[in-house]
Design a protein around this ligand. Sequence first.
Ligand code: F6R
Length: 262
Amino acid sequence: MEVLVLPTADDVDVRAADIVAEQVSRRPDTVLGVATGSSPLGAYRELARRQAHGLLDLTRLTCFALDEYVGLPAGHPSGYAAVLERELVRPIGLPPARMRVPDGSREDLEAACRDYEEAVGLAGGVDLQILGIGANGHIGFNEPGSSLSSRTRVKALSARTRADNARFFKAPDDVPTHCITQGLGTILDARRVLLVAQGERKAAAVAAAVEGPVSAMCPASVLQFHRAVTVVVDEAAAGQLALTDYYRFVAEAKHRLRQEER
Ligand code: F6R
């Protein structure tokens, strides 16, 4: 696992955008896994800025969202389909059909989950998966206790997650109780994973994910089994990591090596 500790949240946005840009320059028709929530929004804005300045072409991406609430009416402004439309699809000029989001309004939710897994497979799998992390260690909406090999399915949201996400709704009771989320096994299938976290509120979860035991109590810790994970955090989110000096040493050594190669 590569851990990059950067001074500020803005630095996290720029570095995350750099990683997406590198991937897209290698493969313009990249399959990108996208998180919602607030953590990746700065990176999405930075990507949209680069697109607007002609520095990058993101219009050939295919995107798959990690998750969606169950039971919100189609087009609900807090639904992840609408959020991604506002924050990513329109700003980067992506053809809307190339943003796929689980269908949480379908009557047969199990079929919606199966179809979603199938669609990811048909697209060739996710090349780069962007993740945020919940304060309780969830990724996607895989709450503590989730099977470490789970696939896309319906999950009940924890009280903590519903409280954390109440800020996106008019009233706390408006936060849906259930969602469709890619499973931890689904996420592990991505070829590369980029996890971003900012702020002190995430520090305990980041430390548990990166340095704690692999445990369903911290679903993000399953990423320790993945061979290509980059964790990009600001100082505040890195606050409880034990090996920060080592991560800095590795990052500096890599940077020096890259400069010597030029
Ligand atoms: C959202 C998602 C969640 C969020 C997490 C952090 O698609 O999958 O795991 O990444 O809840 O949310 P924020 O970024 O709002 O702190």
